[in-house]
Design a binder for this molecule. Structure first.
Ligand code: 5GP
Ligand code: SF4
Ligand code: MG
Length: 460
């Protein structure tokens, strides 16, 4: 998901809509904005893209005020019903409380059961709602202490933007699993999932919100609080590989440059004699460029992606549905025909994309197809806000690399090593005793306890 928040500028909701546009890639299922006009909260939420919900002036006019938060939703838990669309809002004894959350709480079900027993009535199936109930039922008094009390009971990943009568409260979980940055536009302060959202609204980047840091932003300025015991950070390594936009900076590094580095490492680790390097667009583009630069094999756009494939496309019948694969990606036959190609993509999840693209390359006359993947095999699900499916649907959890090669029908298949990925990020390698990142979907080393998973597996 994407989160965005503004404090201190009239028309904050319009700015938030713009910021959410830049975070659309982090969630395409739904979008929402809550504003505060100094007296009242106003919320508008809807299914679909930001542009479908927040393009007209009349809508923005219904969201007055100089403070606002927004959210783009990518459903990882909870159904796709409207009641799960964020920002979530509740009227607490301290006043209104709106929250936009990126990440996933790995003990949400456990907490929900306990809250239910104590009489809490949930309105959604979203993991985020437990935060609201924990704040509402906290025995602490000042709102800030109640939020801190709530977050101390939560495990997993959260980058939050909360709108309260006391201001905009932003917070990043102690491990900093999901990103969050702070920026400035004239007298206003802005928080956003990624720096690209600051660029788009014309704000300047100040710094990242540190793991475990809470910011209280109001008319007095920005106050930083460190409510949690200090721990070594474990930001999500997959943000660098796939999730963040290439024009963002994560923890001081250009996402684009890191992806090119991954391609270079991939070429060093897994060279192949070939005529042309072809990215699977758009996610494979920078890594393919890096692979090409390192190997000296020319980079060509052998697959063209259509940007007009909408969610709204109604697929009339099975025959057409099979053809519709080619609506998103089509082979550039002129480049592919008769060539030995290196295909570069960011990841293999279920394997459906690879299977189709490889067949497309063969149909276009490729002589050899060598697949290179800019992440290690995805063998474990993510419980922190990226929608990797259960293990049984992960190709790399079911097969070794040789069987995967056979399954997607390529002449060779190779993934970057875990250490190679860390090298691309400027590390010497993965520090096995104290890993610098969360890499659990590749290694199975989850950096938090997974209470809900353990309770589901064990006897009740
Ligand atoms: P597969 O087709 O193997 O299931 O998925 C791999 C493709 O999906 C890759 O091209 C990659 O760019 C994209 N992808 C990787 N991770 C994610 C994710 O978390 N969500 C979505 N929507 N796509 C992903
Ligand atoms: Fe990121 Fe993978 Fe960790 Fe999820 S499990 S937070 S996708 S590195
Ligand atoms: Mg892709």
């Amino acid at each position: 998901c994407g989160v965005f928040g503004v404090y201190g500028m009239e028309g904050a909701a319009a700015l938030t809509a713009l910021g959410l546009h830049a975070l659309q890639h982090r969630g395409q299922e739904a979008a929402g904005i809550t504003s505060w006009d100094g007296d009242q909260f106003h919320t508008k939420r809807g299914n679909g893209h930001v542009a479908e919900n927040f393009s007209d002036e009349a809508t923005i006019r219904q969201l007055p005020g100089s403070a606002s938060i927004g959210h783009t939703r990518y459903a990882t838990t909870g159904e796709t019903a409207m009641r799960n669309v964020q920002p979530l809002f509740a009227e607490l004894s301290s006043g209104g409380f709106a929250v936009a959350h990126n990440g996933n709480i790995s003990n949400a079900l456990h907490l929900r059961k306990a809250l239910n027993k104590r009489g809490s009535i949930f309105q959604s199936t979203s993991d985020t709602e437990v935060i609201i109930h924990l704040v509402a039922t906290s025995s602490y008094r000042p709102l800030l202490d109640r939020i801190i009390d709530a977050l101390k009971q939560v495990e997993g990943a959260y980058s939050l933007a909360c709108l309260t009568p006391e201001g905009l409260i932003a917070c990043r979980d102690p491990l900093g699993i999901r990103p969050l940055v702070l920026g400035r536009l004239e007298d206003a302060h802005i928080v956003a999932s990624e720096t690209v959202a600051l660029d788009v609204v014309g704000a300047t980047f100040i710094r990242q919100v540190e793991p475990g840091e809470m910011l209280v932003i109001n008319e007095k300025g920005v106050r930083s609080i460190r409510p949690f015991a200090e721990r070594a950070a474990r930001p999500c390594i997959f943000e660098h590989v796939y999730f963040s936009r290439p024009d963002s900076f994560l923890d001081g590094s250009s996402v684009y440059e890191v992806r090119k580095n991954i391609g270079r490492e991939l070429a060093l680790e897994n060279a192949v004699d070939a005529d042309v390097v072809i990215p699977v667009p758009d996610s494979g583009n920078p890594a393919a460029l890096g692979y090409s630069q390192e190997s000296g094999i020319p980079f060509e756009q052998g697959i063209i992606r259509s940007h007009y494939v909408g969610r709204t496309f109604i697929q009339p019948g099975q025959g057409i549905r099979d053809l519709s694969v080619k609506l998103k990606h089509n082979a550039n036959r002129h480049i592919v025909s008769g060539k030995r190609i290196v295909l570069v993509d960011d990841s293999i999840v279920r394997g459906t994309t690879s299977l189709k693209i490889v067949q497309m390359m063969r149909d276009a006359g490729a002589k050899e197809v060598h697949m290179r993947i800019a992440s290690p095999p995805t063998r474990h699900p993510c419980f922190y806000g990226v929608d990797t499916p259960e293990r049984s649907k992960l190709l790399a959890a079911q097969m070794d690399v040789e069987r995967m090669r056979d399954f997607i029908k390529v002449d060779s298949l190779a993934f970057i090593s875990v250490d190679g990925l860390y090298r691309a990020l400027g590390e010497d390698g993965r520090d096995t005793s104290r890993p610098q990142y969360c890499d659990a979907c590749f290694t199975g080393a989850y950096p938090t306890s997974l209470t809900d998973q353990e309770e589901e597996a064990g006897p009740d």
